[in-house]
Design a protein around this ligand. Sequence first.
Ligand SMILES: Nc1ccn([C@@H]2O[C@H](COP(=O)(O)O)[C@@H](O)[C@H]2O)c(=O)n1
Length: 266
Amino acid sequence: IPELSSPSVCMRDPPRVEEIIKTMQKAGTSKIQVISDFDMTLTRFAYNGKRCPTSHNILDNSKLISEECKLKDLLNTYYPIEIDSKRTAEEKLPLMVEWNASLCCQTDQYPLEGYQLFFDHLQEHSIPLLIFSAGLGDVLEEVIRQAGVFHPNVKVFSNYMDFDETGVLKAFKGELIHIYNKREGALLNTGHFQELKSRHNVLLLGDSLGDLTMADGVHSMENILKIGFLNDKVEERKTSYLNAYDIVLVKDETMEVLPTLQEVLV
Ligand SMILES: Nc1ccn([C@@H]2O[C@H](COP(=O)(O)O)[C@@H](O)[C@H]2O)c(=O)n1
């Protein structure tokens, strides 16, 4: 599979990857569902060496948000914790909750462009795409809408803001989704996975080890191909990503590997 020989593609077990791809191809598109993280997976981490915004940053960078509400300090505190390979997920979990919760009292252009074809291709083949994000659902839905790819096959599980009558953000609606509780989020949304119960093959896309649990609600899974985006602290985290994901895309600023890989699969 030539798409897998790009220098940014790393695999622990290439023959195993080929086997999964062939099995999924054979089963056909009617058996596939795609489950993907959003920020820094379907969007760029960096472009020309410059860091791109997450859905949280979009709100933060907005001229509509006053200077006192700036979220950068929070990002500088909590993002290093998110990617710290010396801490366990259990240690990080309360801090990730704290990060999101702190948004409620604090009261560029978004780079989705490389992946419009990815969304269109899934739509053409009627393949459901679940976007499962610890970002801001209101913002990322708007990003997808403005890119013209919020097709009927796209569903989003994320954090939606709850404002009071004076327009102040009070909380998030429902259970908060952070990077390390996607499993709980998946298990709460049984209805979605029930609707897709005949789709036993999963393409999972994520940029954090917490994203690996996004498919935990899938019924009788038969095959899963896990693609991980390793954008930051590459040397420190590469081994754990290679152990956890079938394919690891290292600093893939081109946004080219996923669309070509998807054409192989679908
Ligand atoms: N208050 C926060 C919380 C998280 N982030 C970043 O957003 C990403 C979450 O979205 P996913 O689509 O990746 O689940 C996460 O990776 C954090 O780095 C933030 O900027 N502010």
